[in-house]
Design a protein around this ligand. Structure first.
Ligand code: PGA
Length: 236
């Protein structure tokens, strides 16, 4: 595991953008998994700035989102809406080459199978860009026995609160890649910012596989780079 301690969240975003554009320069048609959440917003903003400046290297990347909430896709809290606001088009990622689990597919189990097969048909993930939850979750692989491959998960009320999901939409479910799908990516790039991530990062760095801290199950990956701000590095 390579840990890179950066000066602040903006430098994490710039460095992650460098890595992703470097990857795309080497693999213009590479297959990459993309995250949503608060952490990657500055990353997508940085990629959008570079795209507006003429960088077209993401144009042929094949994208797969890590997860999606079971909400109507038009709901502003859906990750599809997030990607439309922050990433697709704006960063150069071509919407037509990007996939995300479809939560209105009548049968969520078949949709999980379709998604996993689409990733396999693309040749598997070359790169997975990841955030990490304060409890160590990766995508929506929550603390507890790992489930694979892409699957449906019921999210704890605290996460539904964080996402501002109304009572009527609870229990909130999500479709998520499994840790196996993610761990088979040839390269992992994990971003963590803020002191609330320090304990999860500390566990990851300790590299003792523990299903109670899902990120630790990726710690022995052959090509894992972790970009940290001082808070997530446990220095503030
Ligand atoms: P965050 O989410 O970036 O909003 O902190 C991280 C995650 O849930 O993976």
């Amino acid at each position: 595991m390579k840990l890179v301690r950066l000066s602040d969240a903006a430098e994490v975003a710039r460095t992650a953008a460098d890595r992703i554009l470097g990857f795309a320069a080497q693999h213009p048609e590479g297959v990459a998994a993309f995250p949503t959440g608060r952490t990657p917003i500055p990353l997508y903003a940085e990629l959008a700035r570079r795209h507006a400046g003429g960088d077209a290297s993401l144009a042929r990347i094949r994208g797969f989102n890590l997860d999606e909430l079971v909400l109507p896709p038009s709901d502003e809290r859906s990750f599809r809406s997030f990607m439309e606001r922050h990433a697709w088009g704006k960063t150069g990622l071509d919407r037509a080459r990007c996939d995300i689990p479809d939560p209105v597919a009548g049968d969520l189990e078949s949709e999980c199978r379709r998604y996993e097969e689409a990733i396999a048909a693309a040749g598997g993930l070359d790169l997975a860009v990841l955030g990490i939850g304060a409890d160590g979750h990766i995508a929506y692989n929550m603390p507890g026995p790992p489930v694979d491959p892409t699957h449906v998960v019921e999210l704890p009320g605290a996460l539904a609160d964080e996402l501002g999901v109304p009572e009527a939409a609870r229990p909130l479910r999500a479709l998520t890649m499994g840790l196996g799908t993610i761990g088979r990516a040839r390269r992992l790039l994990l971003l963590a910012t803020g002191a609330h991530k320090a304990e999860a990062v500390r566990r990851l760095r300790a590299a003792e596989p523990d299903p109670a801290w899902p990120a630790t199950l990726l710690a022995d990956h052959a090509d894992l780079e972790v970009l940290l701000d001082p808070g997530a590095a446990g220095e503030t």
